[in-house]
Design a protein around this ligand. Structure first.
Ligand code: PSU
Ligand code: MN
Length: 303
């Protein structure tokens, strides 16, 4: 039996015609941003991809099926739903089998994109190695997914709520190409710089597409991580965001937050502490990633 995929007609047509499609995750909607900004952002990101000449496909699990492309109503429902599961590789099949609703993380969105035949996925930030992982062993399943599923993921780097040097080390161990776009430094989500050199640098969508296609020709499993710096006018300086990160981390430790709850807890606290400033930047960097994702998908479709 085949995977339970429901493609939006617009997405199915584009894929059948070999046209550019960009996958989008849904955990950023349910666990990454508050309502109503989450739904507004999801719509704006889809519009940005269309304006750039590609077709958006927001992915979520509903009613026992993986939906690839959501209708306006589905997006609204998901954005306001309570108790939506946060799905990664470990629990996507169980959620589907039980007919429950689930939002896909980077890892689960990559799995769904591959099943649908989509090569490019744009998001905000990926999960990574958490600070203190040498004791907690908290390393996001996103990293192993990047190692095994052939999708190019466009993100704004990773948040400094994570241990960025360890995250880069694990990605190297797993054989994941980490490509900074247009600069030498690995970007840190709200900040263009992290102080860490990126392993690879590319300056055009065409180069990223060519590298993606070359991995396919070599038969290498796994995807690419493209780290696209936030536009300078929307950046929050590292020195400014650092104390906010430290505060959120300290609260998480005090409250004994663990497992899947860690990332959503930290994101939520940071939005609250910065009174929306972090959210405004977050929206802009996702839009920026959507634009680059569309450009890369168009280049890959050209072959
Ligand atoms: N980082 C962000 N924003 C997010 C996430 C991570 O800056 O919304 C979400 C993504 O869906 C990512 C997931 O795949 O959190 C990682 O969760 P965990 O750390 O539990 O693996
Ligand atoms: Mn984790």
């Amino acid at each position: 039996m085949k995977a339970p995929l429901t493609l939006l007609p617009e997405v199915a047509d584009a894929l059948a015609g070999g046209r550019a499609v960009v996958a989008l995750e849904s955990t950023i909607i349910t666990h990454g941003m508050p309502f109503p900004q989450n739904v507004e952002t999801a719509r704006a990101v889809e519009a940005e991809i269309r304006a750039a000449g590609a077709v958006p496909a927001t992915i979520a699990v509903m009613g026992g099926r993986i939906h690839v492309g959501l209708t306006g109503d589905e997006l609204d429902q998901l954005g306001q739903a309570k108790d939506v599961a946060k799905l990664s590789r470990a629990d996507m099949a169980a959620c589907l089998a039980q007919g429950r609703t689930g939002a896909t993380t980077v890892a689960a969105t990559m799995i769904a994109a591959r099943l649908a035949g989509i090569s490019v996925f744009a998001t905000g930030g990926i999960g990574g190695v958490h600070r203190g992982a040498e004791l907690s062993f908290d390393i996001s399943a996103d990293l192993r997914e990047l190692a095994q599923t052939p999708v190019t993921v466009i993100a704004a780097g990773a948040k400094a709520i994570l241990d960025l040097p360890k995250t880069l080390e694990v990605l190297e161990t797993y054989g994941v190409p980490v490509i900074a776009f247009g600069q030498d430094e690995f970007p840190a989500f709200w900040s263009r710089g992290s102080g860490l050199p990126a392993p690879l640098r590319m300056d055009s969508a065409g180069e990223i597409a060519a590298a993606h296609l070359m991995r396919g020709r070599l038969g290498l499993p796994g995807g690419q991580l493209v780290a696209n710096p936030i536009p300078v006018e929307h950046e929050i300086a590292f020195a400014e965001i650092s104390p906010v990160i430290e505060q959120a981390l300290a609260e998480a430790a005090d409250q004994g937050i663990a497992g899947k709850a860690v990332t959503p807890f930290l994101l939520d606290r940071m939005f609250e502490i910065t009174a929306g400033r972090s959210l405004a930047s977050n929206v802009e960097l996702v839009l920026n990633n959507a634009r680059l994702g569309a450009a890369v998908a168009i280049e890959i479709a050209r072959g």
